[in-house]
Design a protein around this ligand. Structure first.
Ligand code: ACO
Ligand code: ZN
Length: 302
């Protein structure tokens, strides 16, 4: 299809060199003309600067990168040395060019129109892998952006895992992190619409697993011994997860936990332990990185 962003010039970029990877691009992004005429561009994984020759790239890596400490700009707000992941909070107002470069990079894998230059109203949360042999080096894995002031329920504007890191659970980790921030803000959140196909699949999976974990938690804590009284309601599940009601319902539906009472003509929640246990076990067996909320060093900006 024709690139709607640059009607006069079709981008030639087919691959990016990033870290030691050569990654095929999925969509075109409005890089400046002298870059979009190359079939391969070189992107520094630390400062996200783009270059159109291998020579410049090598020189940049050796001495020109001003992110000499090999991590994203901004503040480290989460660190898990055992699972070797760290999150960084980058303010679009303070690190304009980094965030613009990030949005351009993301556009290569997003079909929808996204912002590139007006990054100031957004905060960017960057997920990095801590290098296995050098714990002071951080590898860019993915990110999500979030609008600073918004009156909607959106807690994620754009989300990306670089293709070379996809299907390893990092997208779920990013999503989990976005809801952790919402819970800290005492808000219920949802991703900005429309979602891409991959976004929808990832979110639906996340909602299912998260609701399964919460139903299991409520069962263990209250229902098993019938010693305590608790109502399992959509509202309670929202409070526990930071999810908006309609997304909780999507999670419940996938667990066949929503049942209609034909006498009262209303819906109830039925805990089917076997279904829930099997969903939880299957997810656990993948051994993906998990989030530990006690490792978050962060307070809402307000
Ligand atoms: N096919 C089928 N199921 C998938 C796929 C896929 N390609 N990708 C994710 N899922 C589902 C699966 O259930 C998967 O679990 P599994 O891999 O164990 O089967 C689950 O989601 C979680 O996958 P993760 O590995 O945690 O997610 P990943 O790191 O691959 O990232 C993401 C998901 C961020 C959506 C990634 O695909 C991406 O960056 N895509 C391009 C950009 C994009 O479309 N972003 C979303 C736009 S919408 C928005 O920004 C609000
Ligand atoms: Zn650099």
């Amino acid at each position: 299809s024709i690139d709607s962003d640059s009607p006069y010039m079709v981008s030639q970029i087919r691959q990016i060199r990033f870290r030691d990877f050569l990654i095929d691009t999925w969509y075109s992004a409005p890089y400046p003309e002298e870059y979009s005429q190359s079939s391969v561009i070189f992107i520094c994984e630390h400062c996200l600067k783009y270059m159109n020759s291998h020579k410049l790239y090598m020189r940049h890596q050796l001495k020109n990168c001003n992110m000499s400490n090999h991590h994203p700009p901004g503040t480290e707000i989460y660190r898990d040395p055992e699972q070797r992941v760290a999150f960084w909070e980058v303010d679009g107002r303070k690190n304009i060019s980094y965030c613009q470069n990030l949005c351009l990079l993301a556009k290569l894998f997003l079909n929808s129109k996204t912002l590139y230059y007006d990054v100031e109203p957004f905060i960017f949360y960057i997920l990095t892998e801590i290098d296995a042999s050098d714990p002071s080096t951080y590898h860019f894995v993915g990110y999500f952006s979030k609008e600073k002031l918004n009156n909607s329920d959106y807690n994620v504007s754009c989300i990306l895992t670089l293709p070379v890191y996809q299907r390893k659970g990092y997208g779920s980790l990013l999503i989990d992190f976005s809801y952790l921030l919402s819970r800290k803000e005492f808000k219920f959140g949802t991703p900005e619409k429309p979602l891409s196909d991959l976004g929808l699949m990832s979110y639906r999976n996340y909602w299912k697993i998260t609701i399964a974990h919460q139903l299991k938690f409520l069962w263990e804590k209250y229902l098993k011994n019938k010693s305590d009284y608790v109502t399992i309601s959509v509202e309670n599940l929202c409070k526990l997860t930071g999810m908006i009601p309609s997304d909780v319902v999507v999670g419940l539906e996938q667990l066949h936990a929503l049942v209609k009472n034909f006498n009262t003509n209303s819906y109830g929640i039925a805990v089917n332990l076997r279904t829930i246990d099997s969903v939880i076990e299957k997810w656990k067996s993948k051994n993906y990185v998990t989030l530990d909320s006690s490792k978050l060093l962060w307070k809402p900006m307000l």
